[in-house]
Ligand binder design. Structure first.
Ligand code: PMM
Length: 299
């Protein structure tokens, strides 16, 4: 099965697509901002996600929703480090979601075993050297710039080719910067400088992302493209920004009403050989990846 999903050196090997639960220690994330802002609640939420079947949890202190402004490093550290430390001490496999090398380094000291940088090391020039030096598994996500104006960068001729090419270039740069290729995970960055038809095209071509040769993380949870689909958006819509709302026949459901759609994506991603899915509501995706695994076994 590892041939299907690939292996990440330094992390456990699961016999199915892994499920990463999200712990956003932020007041303003798009789907759960403010819910786990208190540190004790954030730790409890992480433990609850593990009890619900998550294989690892991703702790972040900075929202990357479209339009979000950066928080300063001191505040990000204050939010993230105690939560990472407590969860790691409780035996939880912790990933840290940060674009800052200083935060990643402190999180690794506090017990994090994976660095999830949505900028793939582009936001902070110290990140790749830090990941190389620490020998820590590292997520390289497709990213075209900070969230504050990323929607303006959702311009593609052929989104699949361009995302794959840009990710390949980034992968090469990160390896040239000293990160062990066996420790790298790639991620198409759904919703980051992408509109709904772009995200759907990437989901339709996960094999081209798998062909990059590294384990694939798919983070679709509650994202805009799912709201757009649930309101009637079509997979063959022209990729314009904003997506063509004239095609919609129902109101776009709020983020918290997109968990069944998220689980559907988890099942598809797992069948396509994703290494992990990153989700807010863990249980439905755990069920989805188990079903996908059972179907694989029946092949
Ligand atoms: N999306 C968000 C945050 N972190 N990390 C990775 N690797 N990939 C993503 O697509 C991604 C991410 C968006 O915010 P959320 O925490 O509210 O889902």
């Amino acid at each position: 099965m590892s041939a299907l999903r690939g292996r990440v050196a330094g992390l456990p090997e699961w016999d199915r697509c892994a499920v990463m639960g999200v712990v956003n220690v932020t007041p303003d994330s798009f789907s759960d901002g403010g819910l786990w802002f208190d540190q004790e609640l954030a730790v409890k939420h992480g433990l609850d996600l593990i009890a619900a079947g998550a294989d690892l949890v991703d702790v972040g202190g900075e929202s990357t929703r479209p339009g979000a402004r950066r928080v300063d490093a001191a505040e990000e550290l204050r939010r993230v480090i105690p939560v990472v430390r407590e969860l790691a001490a409780a035996g939880v496999l912790v990933s840290v979601d940060t674009m800052r090398a200083s935060v990643a380094a402190r999180a690794v000291e506090a017990g994090a075993r994976l660095v999830n940088d949505v900028s793939g090391g582009l936001a902070d020039p110290a990140m790749v050297p830090m990941a190389a030096e620490a020998g820590i598994p590292f997520v390289v996500m497709h990213w075209r710039g900070q969230s504050v104006d990323m929607n303006n960068r959702a311009i593609y001729g052929d989104v699949v080719t361009e995302v794959v090419d840009e990710l390949r270039r980034r992968l090469d740069e990160v390896v040239a910067g000293g990160v062990d290729p066996e420790r790298i995970i790639v991620d198409p960055g759904l919703g980051f400088a992408k509109n709904a038809p772009h995200d759907l095209a990437l989901m339709a071509h996960l094999q081209e992302l798998r062909a990059l040769g590294r384990p694939l993380l798919v983070a679709a949870s509650r994202k805009r493209f799912l709201g757009w689909v649930l309101a009637g958006g079509k997979g063959d819509s022209p990729a314009r920004f904003p997506p063509p709302s004239t095609e919609l026949h129902a109101p776009i459901p709020p983020a918290r009403e997109r968990d069944a759609a998220t689980a559907a994506v988890s099942a598809i991603a797992a069948r396509e050989g994703a290494w992990a899915v990153r989700v807010h509501e863990v249980r439905p995706s755990v069920d989805a990846v188990r079903v996908a695994r059972a179907i694989e076994e029946a092949l």
